[in-house]
Design a protein around this ligand. Sequence first.
Ligand SMILES: Cc1ncc(COP(=O)(O)O)c(C=O)c1O
Length: 393
Amino acid sequence: MKTARHDEFMQYRLPDTALWTPGPHALTPAVERTIRAYRATYSHRSNDFKSLYSQTVALLREAFHVPAAFTPLIFGHTGSYGWEMVAVNTPPAFRALGLEMGAFSARWAEVFARHERAVDVLRVPWGHGIESHSWHTALRRGYDVALLTHNETATGVMLPVDALCRDARRLAPDMLVAVDGVSIAGAVDLDMGSMRPDYYLWSLQKDFAIPAVGSVMIVSNRALETAESVAKRGYVLDLVEWHARGAGAQTPVTVSDLMLRCLVARLEEMLDEGDARFARHRNLARMQRDWAEKHGLDLLAQPAFYSPTVTTIMMPDSIPATEFIHEAKNLLNVQIAPGYGPMQDTAIRIAAMGSTSESEMERFLAGLSLIFRNWTANPPVTGRFAGVSPAKT
Ligand SMILES: Cc1ncc(COP(=O)(O)O)c(C=O)c1O
């Protein structure tokens, strides 16, 4: 039986299930159209593939302002392999500086340690970023490569990588800078010409809103020269091999033409939206933070490091995050994520990625407020959402 409460909830329910976890993420219209229209019509050694590859690289150069001394490489593996590539393509004697400001930054440093590399880790509590004074102090200690995480997905913390790269060039000009932009690339204005990181890598299932089928890494000539000096690079993760094949619009291993078509569609969609998309991401994240404030909830991230793609909101003791997320999916048709790891039951994470609009986010957050108010007003477990049956609509 439908009730007035049911109708109240249903006005906020999105018509199609929206995956708003910080990756994988709901596809954008352009990506979805590409996948629906796909037919396998040529091999990865054909001229059609080569022109598709070249088109993708040209669009990456345009969208990320990539100068000639840097090369975008496109892989059929995800971002974690990119972490490993940086390790494999730097000399074993290199001293590395890693970060630990959440689970992902910590794991990259761990990857280096597993390769038996000397790695020092700059640690901050979850929710904090890297302050310039500790970065400067670390740089003065002298490292050969630094591993920066542009956006820590576990916490929703964004680092000012522009400034960090600039400082690195000034204080440690010989040090290579590797940046993990997995959960932010595409959502902020990135100018490789001014940042000049030696490696900037990201996965496609985040702001690019493509299924988890690949990743991109933009590498500097300096990174490639360093790779050439490494004796044992293996094959599938060898940057020199990927670069050489890429020069002929080819790849060492089979890379999906569907992935390239999705990348082209998404990059064209991004370029069509232009700089407006950067403002949209900032607005979406601001709306999420305002929602938290309105309900008296804390944010995990410190204000200086708010992310435009991931917001982590701490839940009150009375609301287990996993149950709250379950109700959001059930009633509003939106899948958001729990807090990462140890925060699974105490926090929620909402993405501001892909092509999500401000009006969709507004509608969802209004529905989330209704769930929140019902939760705090009604006795736990039974009867909280009685009379609301979205499954039957
Ligand atoms: C910041 C960050 N780096 C690296 C990864 C690993 O990427 P993938 O799962 O695409 O291998 C993730 C995954 O969520 C991430 O958020």
